[in-house]
Design a protein around this ligand. Structure first.
Ligand SMILES: [Zn+2]
Length: 111
């Protein structure tokens, strides 16, 4: 095959071995954005609700895992943007939920 043809083909065809882009972030797993729940009663699965303003510094927020288990984030810290540290592990034995979450519309500041 002439060189010009090979060159043309290589530009038209997708690369067989795409170069892996080096990631600048150490942790590439996406953080789950959990929507805020403002209603009454139980927090629905994969939602969170702010604790009472009087106890928010102590108990922070209530979170419900995808299986509907309620978790109080009192042992966690929360950034001003809602990012929860460390990752959230569901305490229920039958549940394997363990993930990094961010509380959408968190407005209580860093706690
Ligand atoms: Zn659970």
């Amino acid at each position: 095959m002439p060189r010009w043809l090979r060159s043309l083909l290589s530009r038209m065809l997708p690369r067989k071995n795409p170069v892996h882009q080096p990631t600048s972030r150490l942790w590439t797993r996406p953080r789950l954005d959990v929507p805020r729940y403002a209603g009454a009663g139980e927090v629905p699965p994969m939602h969170w609700r702010s604790c009472h303003p009087a106890t928010v510094r102590r108990f922070k927020a209530e979170f419900s895992c995808p299986n509907g288990h309620g978790i109080v984030l009192k042992g966690h810290s929360i950034d001003a943007d809602g990012t929860v540290h460390p990752s959230v592990v569901c305490p229920s034995r039958s549940c394997g939920f363990h993930d990094f979450v961010r509380l959408a519309r968190w407005d209580a500041g860093p706690v």
